[in-house]
Design a protein around this ligand. Structure first.
Ligand code: UFG
Length: 338
């Protein structure tokens, strides 16, 4: 076990039955930590939570429940993933995003603060940044979210910074770029029924679960006209959370940090990587640009590497990301879990 984690107690993972949360739960267990998951199963699925984790079904805004869980399981740190995360949905239902991502997150922060505080990691997003024309985004780039989703997370970040400074506990807001792929050991993956993320939709099209992959927007201001994103493998990101916990537990600085690879791939490049893996063409259709889509979002990941010097991403190659996503979807299909 990483030395700084030895005295941490259990880790509370909200949203641990969801995509990134379940991968992080596995990573924490693999690192020797005890894990307690709090999830209301609104989008998460029960079987995604690792069997060795304690599972509590409930809401992050339920202060009494949060207190009971923390006391019962001797929780020493919080990883807060539970959230609504679909950019386009937030454009049509902004209230849901402000309620779930801002208000409910704040209630959780208050519940933690009222017990004296503890290391707190917030899932945040690259969607907090103002659109940037083809430059890599550092943490000091201007924040001006295009979507209510981005705004709801930016407000959660600000509330966390304020609460943490008043109550004196350490925190990190981790701004994820495009998280993709699945656990290479096949223990979890993107399990939600609805699919909006590019790679999930693409592998479903590859396996005949949908007729085609719509390519949203071909005339963006990018080299090939398709949107460019920074795809980070979910297991690398999960592992980064373990190191982030060690960073905070070891007295490291609080703040915001980008989580990406520093490399961009366009929608067409992701399609090409999947086609290379499949050995055949993927059915695609040109479709209108999506509401709230920015043309280009790629991380400057310098700070992440400085903050977590012992973190070594293992699956940065787009081919590996695509392969794991395809394997997971095949697994879901074989187990009729879709
Ligand atoms: N796309 C398609 N067809 C699809 C699905 C997606 O062309 O069927 C395109 C989108 O238009 C976009 C790109 O693929 O250009 C990536 O879309 P995703 O839905 O996979 O992801 P987003 O970029 O919309 O959002 C994700 C996370 C956000 C995060 C953001 C940061 O969901 O939480 O990345 O870049 F904020």
């Amino acid at each position: 076990m990483i030395a700084a984690l030895r005295d941490l107690g259990a880790v509370l993972i909200t949203g641990g039955a969801g995509y990134i949360g379940s991968h992080t739960a596995w990573a924490c267990l693999d690192a020797g930590l005890r894990v307690v998951i709090l999830d209301n199963l609104s989008t998460g699925v029960r079987h995604a939570a690792p069997p060795k984790a304690v599972f509590v079904e409930g809401a992050v805004e339920d202060r009494d429940l949060v207190h009971e869980v923390i006391r019962t399981y001797e929780v020493g740190a919080v990883l807060h993933f539970a959230a609504s995360t679909i950019v386009e949905e937030s454009m049509v239902d902004p209230d849901k995003y402000h309620r779930n991502n801002t208000l409910n997150s704040f209630r959780l922060m208050e519940a933690i603060a009222s017990l004296g505080g503890m290391p707190f990691i917030l899932s945040s997003t690259a969607a907090v940044y103002a659109p940037s024309p083809q430059g890599r985004l550092t943490e000091s780039a201007s924040v001006d979210p295009v979507s209510p989703y981005g705004l709801s997370k930016l407000r959660a970040e600000q509330l966390l910074a304020g609460t943490a400074s008043v109550f004196g506990f350490p925190y990190l807001a981790m701004r994820y770029f495009n998280v993709a792929g699945a656990d290479p050991l096949g223990r979890t993956g993107p399990s939600a029924r609805s699919a909006t993320h590019l790679l999930k939709v693409a592998v479903q099209a590859a396996l005949g679960l949908r007729p085609t992959l719509p390519i949203h927007g071909r005339s963006h201001d990018t080299p090939d006209g398709a949107c460019v994103r920074d795809y980070i493998h979910v297991s690398d990101l999960a592992q980064a959370h373990v190191h982030a916990l060690a960073h905070l537990a070891g007295g490291g600085a609080s703040g915001v940090v980008n989580c990406g690879t520093g490399r961009g791939a366009s929608v067409l490049e992701v399609v090409a990587a999947l086609e290379a893996e499949l050995g055949r063409a993927l059915p695609t259709t040109n479709a209108a640009a999506r509401l709230g889509d920015v043309a280009y979002a790629v991380a400057d990941e310098t700070k992440l590497r400085q903050l977590l010097p012992d973190w070594t991403p293992r699956y940065e190659d787009l081919g590996l990301i695509v392969r794991s996503a395809l394997a997971w979807e095949r697994h879901m299909l074989a187990h009729a879990a879709i």
